[in-house]
Design a protein around this ligand. Sequence first.
Ligand code: FES
Length: 305
Amino acid sequence: MELASHKVNLFKENITIECTSENTILEATLANHINHTHACGGQGKCSTCRVSVMEGIEHCGSRNDIEQKIASILNFPSEIRLACQTKITGDIAIRRMVSDKLDMDIISEQFSEDSNSAIGSQQKVTIVFTDIVNYTSFAERFPPYDIVHVLNRYYRIMNNVIQNHNGLISDVAGDGILAVFGIDGDDENSVLCAIKAIGEMNVKLDSFNKYLLDNFNTKFGIRAGVHYGNVIVGPFDTGAMKKTAVIGDNVNYASRIETSNKEFDTQLLLSEEAYNQVKDSYPNYNTYKTELKGKTGVYNLYELI
Ligand code: FES
């Protein structure tokens, strides 16, 4: 009996090969002399044969136990499959994900991560940008040592608050903090967590301001912008520095919302998507219609009252 044969389109190579229902994708690519990395020899132990299934994921059989184990460790989304373990029942299009030694080095390090989000994933989270009111005039008046010391003190206090509300500081830049809430967990309550965190940041700022008044005759305020939406969460690794960071248009959106506080003389503004998550808890609000730099259209921003 002749075995059913299916087409596998290879995105990078821009060719289409045949794969029978009895063969794995890796067996088909190797039979066609594709330089498909498979460091463990197809044993399902290294993940270097991983492919992104761009079309026809429904034609890929369920993960077997071997593949499921690696997929769980590395938090693979459904479209990332091990070519050495996957057989197909119809046509697919794939992109090989490991091209060279640097790709292999990055992947092998992922096995040493204890995080269960060792590769990037899309998640719905709450994104918060904050900046410091009065920071610029402070930075103009004091030497670099004082600026760094005060900022480190501020970051340390605020990091504790953010972590206490299940958030994570993804980045800091000057007086700005980018924090995310709801990573790998409870995205439904993440806006509420973020708002409570911002409230507590302001409480902590009161005592921080006593220190600033005593030592620098100044005090700070906090402005914050909050948005709720999909971002790509990844463990980014420059080789010298590793961190969990978020990227995507929704991150820029949150940043623009924070900036709008200056325009409306507000301290905390939420996007419509964020407000909809907490409207039962905060029925009273002011709205501001505005354009946001780098985005088209007019947006409703919400101030809780
Ligand atoms: S070749 Fe190692 S997991 Fe597929």
